[in-house]
Design a protein. Sequence first.
Length: 343
Amino acid sequence: MEKRIQWLETLVKECCPNVDLGDQPTDNLAQEEEPVLIEETSILSPQRELAASEEQGSGQSRQQYQSGPHHPLRSISRMESRQAHEIGLVSLSPGGEPRYIGPSSGYFFANLVFSSAGRHQKRRNAANDSAGSLSGESTTLAAEILHTPASLPPRRETAAELSAKYFETIHIIYPFLHQPSHMSYIDQMYSSEDVSPIVAFQVYMVMAIAATDLSRRSKVRLPAEGYYATAMQHFSNMSPDGTLGGLQSLLLLMVYGFHNPSCGINIWNLNYQCLASLIDLGLQRDIRNTPSLKISLLEQEMRTRVFWVVYTFDRTIGTMMGRPVGIRDEACDLRVCISRIFR
């Protein structure tokens, strides 16, 4: 027994050199040791933690253990665990109904980061209040100017050059248009007054997207909102359902909504309209090996490209908003594009 006590004293001296073995034990030694024992067992076994907390026999000490300053890491880990699995409803627009946001959206992770960083919201509100009257007047003036429809540029070359910027930047990421065909649409806009609404809509939307991107990169003010307002006038006269050109028009709206979050386009609803058109047209199926269907090589390639763009948007939006995808991989014939032939 003496050898065992000596061995235990040696271990105490090595592990806890600040402990004085000459001190006499106090009456409340068991009460002082209980938090240490609970802290150790809480890491090893939740069942042992619960049993140890019940043996304390005091609700006040149990509450002090759970929320006291002795266990900051435990409380932080619980908060992070709740944030990692939290879902909720978020108002995405002023006065609008709350929308569902899932855990994969990163919304709650951003809330956790911002709360830890400590944003100075009061300072920002004070700055906004000081410029309240001026911002209200400028907002009304901007809405009146920016939402005024814009006409085509006076020269056809200017419209072609602006559209070429779209194919040099945006088209590389979302290749659902055919550049030679689109340039012929521009010729129709300048040479004929009888142009279909789909042609006019696509011409104005391409210029609106290109003007938005070019304005941000070059710091030059271009009438992107005006082109968009004109395109929406033609959109009300067209029927985007049942045609490949109509689906391409919906995708142009999708791209513009991504580059202009303040335009009011509901990306989620528009995504499912694109999916409905995709399934209705059968773009999810590979028809290249079906000789009974008289479809040109150009149309086959455009069907493939439009399918992949809609598929990409569906996966991207679903991940961003933490919502389920609209179409399963098992329901699609996945095939590659012929990039060496078509631009």
